[in-house]
Write a protein that binds this ligand. Structure first.
Ligand SMILES: Cc1cc2nc3c(=O)[nH]c(=O)nc-3n(C[C@H](O)[C@H](O)[C@H](O)COP(=O)(O)OP(=O)(O)OC[C@H]3O[C@@H](n4cnc5c(N)ncnc54)[C@H](O)[C@@H]3O)c2cc1C
Length: 254
């Protein structure tokens, strides 16, 4: 079943990323996603980047045909969506350190809003940083990391995470971002003896666990994930290694 919602507002987050706000009577949890239908092009997964009662949002980075088409939508336009899908984050794990890398910041924003937990927003450079003001309005400690040092900490999210963990005790790291970032976050958490919950991204068609496109070992990313804990991640043999494209071909990360 799908729903039609009307876009209330479009916010420019940076040069290639926009947030679309709409009212939608659905119970959504931080870390869940929806499928967005883009007429004549595709239906694609998008994390729910804002949950404020009826008001929800998605935050879209324009990288291909479907996402560029969504960028053409304006307030008043209709969106056909399905969901919410996926398990979402378990936010009851004590003191959290939440990390969003690139457009992955969108997926962790509701978790920051709901918990007020310490957060790291990481990006390639200053011009790629998104949603830091949203995070800062909910959390006392929001740190920015940029690869080129143009804003905040000079280095990547994992390097900054290691610094923060040295200074304060955390029970669990919650993160979404590029798979290379998630892989090194996982490795660092293993070394530090810290639990983590990471939101993974894989090509998916149905979003509801039926088509099998996003299967990894014994798990469907759309239905059993997209969030996996440390214990489960350690058993996913393709995590950090390879993903499949829309034709099912293996694409290696390294
Ligand atoms: C659970 C889940 C949640 C997601 N949440 C978000 C979200 O909140 N915001 C968001 O913008 N995207 C999100 N995505 C990713 C989004 O669904 C894809 O970027 C989108 O499907 C691309 O569609 P397209 O037609 O625009 O590009 P395509 O035509 O499919 O891809 C265009 C080109 O970009 C490359 N490409 C694909 N993905 C990426 C990438 N991530 N970065 C750089 N290049 C890439 C492809 O290999 C291809 O060469 C999510 C994905 C999943 C699985």
């Amino acid at each position: 079943m799908s729903d039609v919602v009307i876009i209330k507002e479009v916010v420019d987050e940076c040069y290639d990323t926009k947030t679309f706000r709409f009212d939608w009577d659905a119970d959504a949890r931080p870390g869940q996603f929806i499928m967005v239908w883009v007429p004549g092009i595709d239906e694609i997964p998008m994390s729910i980047s804002g949950i404020d009662g009826r008001e929800k949002s998605i935050t879209v980075k324009a990288i291909g045909d479907a996402t560029r088409a969504i960028h053409g939508f304006v307030a008043g336009d209709r969106l056909r969506i399905r969901g919410p899908f996926g398990n979402g984050f378990d936010l009851s794990k004590g003191e959290l350190l939440i990390i969003g890398g690139g457009v992955g910041a969108a997926a962790v924003m509701p978790a920051i809003a709901q918990t007020g937990a310490d957060a790291i927003i990481a990006a390639r450079s200053e011009r790629d940083v998104i949603m830091d003001s949203v995070a800062s309005s909910r959390s006392k400690n929001v740190w920015i990391a940029t690869d080129d040092g143009s804003r905040g900490f000079h280095g990547n999210a994992v390097q900054l995470m290691k610094e923060r963990v040295r200074e304060k005790h955390y029970d669990c790291v919650v993160a979404c971002g590029p798979e290379v970032m998630l892989w090194f976050t996982f490795k660092a958490c293993q070394e530090l003896g810290l639990e983590c919950q990471l939101s993974l991204e894989r090509y998916m068609k149905c979003g509801a666990g039926v088509c099998g496109c996003c299967v990894m070992d014994d798990s469907r990313i759309c239905r059993d994930g997209p969030v996996f804990d440390s214990e489960k991640l350690s058993r996913l043999t393709e995590f950090g290694v390879a993903k499949r494209d829309e034709c099912g071909r293996t694409v290696k990360f390294r």
